[in-house]
Design a protein around this ligand. Structure first.
Ligand SMILES: [Zn+2]
Length: 830
């Protein structure tokens, strides 16, 4: 027996040695010195597969998803052979330690470190660094792996990375040109930063609207690491940035999380000092908005960090920066490799403490609000549940009774009568801190100078009434919703219009060639009231279909809708079904402008909305081609936020106006409004500053240099929530209440329309959540939020606030659907 063990041991050692000997460095494997070329994503994947093949005892690869362009998403698990052999036990112990699964952990000595590379596709040095990092971990730093599990995601955003790398490879000179004006340093629209749908994946962690994020969150929640690093790049003149982060810190961040960021930073500094490299800490990159690769992990108990190397899409393989330094890809990836390894080192040295402090983070018995109770439209509650499921946050149905607390609708103390249809999300659960961050009415801001929006509170985003209660609200087990039943033959059918799901239903009906009407006035039929916007489908309208009832039933089933039956066109209260107030919906042909001049984020959010959410076809037209585009092929033209100065020259503006006069609809979003505001023939006007400009100037002379930045904050709105007044008798607002909470992203303000409909406007400037500077606020009183201005037979429709921003403001999306299908429905049929 002993002999056999000895023999196996010798055999084991030989195998380990020989496999390690076959392990190639990235340079040997790729056939060029790492950093002298950009590696395409498949080459990176091939290298990681090579590492797994050569060191199967220490490395395990797992495909966790696939991008829109069908590139695989991988994680590499790296640790000692013993740990990797026990990986499932390590995982369950780790989750038990956090209270995320039942039971007490049998071992809490392993640190779990997750390194995420290249979330922004054109910050391309980090994926190169991921290859060198795994190689060095396995060949030079094996001892850290004894008590550390390292999880490497070599590329979070392969579609964006390859967009950048392919463009660079086809553009760059050989040898590379260090002149910053060379074309290889100037990416064309939209650049490689975002994913396929042009979303910034480093703003998508909390909303998880993109396939990369949803797939990653599944793996992330399975592991909930102690440490998470998100590797980035910034401008070519900036030194390296690492933790500790800048203020504001969200108030739930613990002292320990702050402390350990400092310890990590000091460990990095040791290596940077030795080489004489420049770096900075504690400035610029704060920890507040929850949807980043540093904050999200932080609110899930990790030490979440952003590391920033100078470089970015401008740097290429080498560039001469303003300080006269030639910044190379080799240098950039060397820095990222250094901080990656240093992170693993310091985590390994503190594995026990990481475990004990991690466990404390998940005790949430002391949070002020214990329960958030949400009430409203069942579809909206369903889509919120989908979001909570992505984060594995628990919820339940309310039991009947009165609940008191902070009332989101009024911004004061109040109450609601809860029923089993209402949703309760408790903060007394392991992920309670994330619950607080996402649901609390107004996140406490320690500093107004922040990197991003300061408001996102979920009840407002989902359009639900809510109470935040300081006591525990009882819950019941989930109750199943009603399922659609087979519709019998009838005169017609009605579907209420309340949510985006209703919009999706309409899109599906139109695609199935079913003719649909909507009502501009409320009516009663069969004793049931139907609001404005309700959809009416009649047998008489659909005689062109060979199997109308079968087709309708199939759409109703797929879209999961409950319809009401009407047996007669004679309504209990008018309008009757044949009334001119009940209008046929023309299937709309929609075009969207994209390309230079448009905001790629705004365009991308619209593209994703039509393709993946509404599932209704749109045609994207490049701004370069607008001059020769035949607009008569479309009913609706959407202008994403952007600068249209050169696209809408005199000729093109004339063309656009003539098309609208003859019945076209323009939908302009956010900054696109400036193409029309103050122009002849438009009643859209920018709101004048109340304060006398001269007076403001004279005050500003007295502001000290150091205080300039702070003074500037007075003019800022950095994402704040306001309550607007809504004219819900206008088709653009069908399905909405008489108020709507809007997310204002900036301080631009437009006066009320004289010659148009002010569908939603601000009549007071109470801030419900987020930061708004005093001067910016003054300007907002009596301003337009959504409106319509008619020209001839067509319309200009204005969205001052972008309802598609990052695609998370669920309750705003129906305004866009309404604008397309309901507003000015007399428009021509093609
Ligand atoms: Zn970045």
């Amino acid at each position: 027996m002993q002999k056999l063990t000895c023999f196996l041991f010798v055999l084991f050692c030989t195998v380990t040695l020989s496999t390690a000997q076959n392990l190639k460095s990235p340079s040997d494997f790729l056939g060029y010195d790492i950093g002298t070329q950009f590696s395409r994503h498949h080459q990176v994947v091939d290298y990681f597969k090579h590492v797994e093949r050569e060191m199967p005892n220490n490395v395990k690869l797992e495909q966790y998803g696939e991008t829109n362009e069908r590139r695989p998403l991988y994680l590499a698990y790296i640790s000692s052979a013993e740990n990797l052999n026990n990986i499932e036990a390590i995982r369950t112990n780790h989750l038990k330690n956090a209270g995320l699964i039942e039971g007490s952990p049998s071992d809490t000595s392993i640190a779990v470190v997750w390194l995420s590379y290249n979330v922004h596709g054109n910050e391309a040095s980090s994926t190169e660094a991921s290859m060198l990092t795994i190689y060095k971990l396995l060949t030079e730093n094996q001892e850290w792996l004894e008590n550390t599990l390292v999880i490497i995601d070599p590329c979070i955003n392969p579609d964006g990375r390859d967009r950048y790398v392919n463009w660079f490879n086809e553009t760059a000179s050989s040898p590379y040109d260090i002149d910053p004006q060379a074309s290889e340093h100037n990416e064309p629209w939209p650049g490689g930063r975002p994913n396929h749908y042009l979303f910034d994946l480093n703003r998508d962690w909390a909303w998880a609207t993109q396939v990369e994020s949803t797939s990653r969150l599944k793996a992330y929640n399975k592991w909930m690491p102690h440490i998470h690093v998100d590797f980035h790049e910034q401008g070519i003149n900036e030194p390296y940035y690492f933790a500790p982060a800048a203020e504001p810190f969200h108030e739930i961040i613990t002292d320990w999380q702050r402390d350990f960021q400092t310890q990590i930073g000091k460990n990095h500094a040791k290596y940077f000092d030795k080489e004489g490299w420049l770096f900075f800490t504690r400035e610029r990159f704060d920890l507040f908005y929850p949807s980043y690769g540093d904050t999200y992990p932080t609110y899930m108990g990790a030490i979440g960090m952003t590391y920033e190397q100078g470089g970015h899409g401008r740097a290429g393989l080498g560039i001469l920066n303003d300080e006269g330094h030639v910044l190379t890809l080799v240098e950039r990836l060397t820095h990222h490799t250094t901080t990656g390894l240093s992170t693993v080192e310091i985590s390994s040295q503190n594995a026990e403490t990481l475990n004990s402090e991690f466990s404390k983070f998940f005790d949430n018995s002391n949070l002020k609000y214990k329960s958030y109770v949400l009430q409203g439209n069942a579809d909206k509650i369903e889509s919120l549940k989908v979001l909570l499921d992505k984060h594995e946050i628990k919820y339940g149905n309310a039991s009947i009774g009165k609940v008191s607390g902070y009332d989101y609708k009024t911004g004061k103390q109040g109450s609601l009568n809860a029923s089993s249809k209402d949703l309760v999300v408790s903060s007394n659960q392991p992920k309670g801190k994330m619950v607080k961050v996402l649901f609390e009415p107004d996140a406490k801001l320690s500093d107004s100078l922040t990197y991003d929006i300061t408001a996102w509170s979920i009840p407002y985003a989902y359009g639900l009434n809510a109470i935040a209660s300081t006591s525990n609200v009882n819950t019941l087990n989930s109750i199943e919703g009603k399922m659609p039943t087979m519709l019998p033959a009838a005169y017609g059918y009605v579907s209420q219009w309340k949510s985006l799901k209703d919009g999706q239903f309409l899109a599906a009906l139109l695609k199935a060639d079913i003719r649909v009407r909507f009502t501009e006035k409320p009516f009663t039929s069969n004793g049931k009231n139907f609001d404005r916007g309700s959809l009416i489908i009649t047998k008489g309208d659909n005689a062109h279909l060979s199997d109308f009832l079968g087709t309708l039933n199939s759409v109703v089933r797929t879209e999961n809708r409950i319809l009401d039956i009407i047996n007669s066109g004679f309504s209990t209260t008018t309008p009757d079904i044949g009334s001119p107030d009940i209008k046929l919906i023309n299937p709309q042909k929609i075009a969207i402008l994209s390309g230079e001049g448009t905001s790629s984020l705004s365009y991308g959010a619209l593209w994703h909305f039509f393709e993946q959410q509404l599932k209704y076809p749109v045609t994207s037209i490049h701004t370069d081609d607008f001059g020769r585009t035949n607009l008569d092929k479309y009913n609706v033209l959407i202008l994403p936020s952007g600068y249209y100065g050169s696209v809408l020259n005199d000729n093109n503006m004339k063309k656009l106006n003539e098309w609208v006069q003859s019945g076209g609809k323009v939908i302009a979003i956010d900054r696109a409004l400036s193409a029309f505001s103050g122009k002849e023939g438009f009643s859209l006007e920018p709101k004048k500053d109340e304060e006398d400009a001269e007076e403001k100037d004279s005050k500003q002379h007295l502001i000290s240099y150091a205080e300039r930045e702070r003074e500037y904050a007075n003019d800022l709105i950095t994402g704040a929530i306001f309550k607007t007044k809504v004219d819900n008798t206008h088709p653009m607002a069908f399905g909405y209440d008489d108020h709507y909470f809007t997310l204002k992203l900036g301080s631009s303000a437009y006066g009320l329309l004289d010659g148009g409909y002010n569908v939603a406007h601000l009549d007071n400037t109470k801030v419900y959540s987020g930061f708004a500077g005093q001067r910016a606020l003054k300007k907002l009183d009596d301003t337009l939020v959504f409106g319509e201005e008619r020209k001839g037979s067509g319309s200009f429709i204005y969205f001052v606030d972008d309802v598609m921003f990052r695609s998370f403001w669920e309750n705003g999306k129906l305004f866009l659907v309404n604008s397309i299908f309901f507003v000015n429905n007399n428009a021509f049929e093609l």
